[in-house]
Design a protein around this ligand. Sequence first.
Ligand SMILES: NC(=O)c1ccc[n+]([C@@H]2O[C@H](COP(=O)([O-])OP(=O)(O)OC[C@H]3O[C@@H](n4cnc5c(N)ncnc54)[C@H](OP(=O)(O)O)[C@@H]3O)[C@@H](O)[C@H]2O)c1
Length: 332
Amino acid sequence: MRAAYIQQTGAPSVIQFGELPTPIPAAGEVLVKIGAAAVNPIDVYIRSGAITVPMQFPYIPGCDLAGTVVGLGPHASRFKVGDRVWGSNQSLAGRRGTLAEFAAVGEQWLYPTPSTQSDQEAAAGALVGITAHLGLHLHAGLKAGEVVFVNGGTGGVGSAVVQLAKAAGAKVIATVGSAAKQELCRNWGADLVVNYRDQNMDAQIQAFTKEHGGVHVWFETQREPTLDRTVGLMTPRGRLILMAGRTARPEFPVGPFYVKDLRLCGFAMFNASPAEQRECASGLNTLFEQGRWKPQIGKTFPLSEAATAHAFQEQNTLDKQGTLSGKIVLLP
Ligand SMILES: NC(=O)c1ccc[n+]([C@@H]2O[C@H](COP(=O)([O-])OP(=O)(O)OC[C@H]3O[C@@H](n4cnc5c(N)ncnc54)[C@H](OP(=O)(O)O)[C@@H]3O)[C@@H](O)[C@H]2O)c1
């Protein structure tokens, strides 16, 4: 099969494209013919060597996939040949990645694709949709009528948080870096969209949340959280979600935090059990069928251009160029 792979960690240019053996599904695995894969910031950190995961070379990167079941390993019983499936969490913990024509995937990491959803959409929404669902529901315990704030409302995670929070009956505040992205976020139902370069941003958040005493759930997607400022904008008993910035060591305002009865939740989606992720996936599938969840595809590349796609992800997540809305999708 054709695949994008690396023989060593490093810059995007270490990604090669060529022939590798098609995997044979082991017990409990199914063989998926991949229709689309998506790129996530974690793929960039793993490829560059910034974070280490168990890796055997040639290593195929990629967490997210959507495609069609074409083979079953022994004891695989959740799916049959011909089923359309999507999933995430590949390329981690010794599992094979998804930047290939085929992947052998443990069936516990796969979910049925809604009949009206394309493989591109399903792959684009995989890791970020599960992340937003875990953060809002499992970790923050979001309730209808509460106010959710998310930085980067058209980013991979942010675009999912905006839509899932709206679907849960929340009022949503999102930040963006341009007028076009402001429009996009409003179309998904965000109630207040602020340009994060606007000097009046905090005054606008305070005015919008006045009747609630502040923000109930702050979903921080930035790698450099500003906790002093954030705590000041929260309502009592609010929850702060931290999920980015492995090397961040921000100052923490202990007094203002505890006198408001605030809670701080950190999480990484790949720590969630298959059962927890399945619950998110089934919620996402239902929302998609109800027209309340539309994964946002910002840019597609052929799989042969995986190196360029990784460079593009890096330019946006790390260098903050602002040239991406939503997800990068790769097509085998
Ligand atoms: N813990 C987990 O389980 C988990 C899961 C997924 C992702 N993550 C992490 O979460 C982070 C975000 O991931 P992603 O996929 O959403 O990345 P992404 O698609 O690159 O999105 C980044 C977002 O940040 C926004 N942004 C840039 N500068 C900003 C600023 N000064 N203030 C506010 N927003 C700003 C961008 O907005 P504009 O485009 O409008 O400039 C963009 O929407 C990454 O670090 C990733 O590793 C963690």
